[in-house]
Design a protein around this ligand. Sequence first.
Ligand code: HEM
Length: 343
Amino acid sequence: MNRSSFLVVFITVLLLPISTVPARTRQGKHVHHVNKNNGAGKLKLKFYQKSCPLADAIVRNITWSRVKADRTLAAKILRLQFHDCFVRGCDASILLDSVNGEAVEKNAIPNHSLSGYNVIDEIKSELEEKCPETVSCADNLALAARDAVSYQFGKTLWKVFTGRRDGRVSSASEVLSKIPGGASNFTTLQKQFSDNGLDVPDLVALSGAHTIGVARCVVISRRLFNFTGKGDTDPSLDPGYVKELKEKCANPPHNPTTTVVEFDPKSSLSFDSHYFVALSKHQGLLQSDATLLTNPTSASYVKAFQNFEDFMAQFGESMKKMGNIGVLTQNQGEIRKNCRVVN
Ligand code: HEM
């Protein structure tokens, strides 16, 4: 090999590993601009290892003891994180209380049925006692959501990267356009998720959160009793399931804003893949659930996720992506002392 051909080989070898880097960087930058995952790359595992080694254990112990006492809390805390991350990113803006009568996120209509805030407060008090002004409310919520779902399994189900900081803004007016409505069609859902850097497998897997929890009858009233304004029912629903739901939601005697129905009947306290089985039988509670069958790609995931291991693998991955949305890191935002008020 002469000197110049040696140089060509040498330079090519040098560039080989580097040539994979721009592709990743481009992808990262794409996420940065389009998907608002601003500080996502800066989240880490064991972020609090030195500053608050007890953080993870504090969150887990309190969450597990609360969920043990009230199993319905798992769904509530998981949903809290979703509603936090989709508005202004995962910055704990959902936890802020109104000041001077200004309507904040939690006052907006899609958030009226959220609860579980007091569990996050209890965890925060303990964190402040052990490690003052160190662990953000946004991380507190992300860890608690994971632990709430994990309680049933006695082990943590997915890894939560930490290092989020807390936002200082919360506004009710931002919620309606960002939080998907229960009557959404596939196109709308796909758009709202992709605005947050989430793709179709993420949409389907994360909708699988509806394997636990309940919805108020008011959310499905139209679908059951007046679908096209002619006193009819959504024809895509399984007729046996319709009958059951109509009995549970009939008004009178039931008050539609307080009466609830399980998303995944008889298994609404168990995080499993039964949601996808029910969905395939046209027993998805919301139109936004049912619509996942109307697109060939999402329908193929509905089928695949009937296998629990496949569902769980994607769910963990998608929760990590959801937990990255628009995060504040390093010197952005603050570490709130009380999750309900800015410092
Ligand atoms: C795909 C778009 C989604 C739509 C349209 C949607 C809509 C809804 C609606 C309408 C309810 C009932 C609220 C009420 O009774 O007022 C609900 C409950 C719930 N949602 Fe979703 N959701 C979506 C995605 C998600 C995601 C991504 C998660 C979490 C990762 C989630 C977790 C939950 C849980 C756990 C409940 C039950 C809460 C409880 O039992 O208190 N949802 N959702």
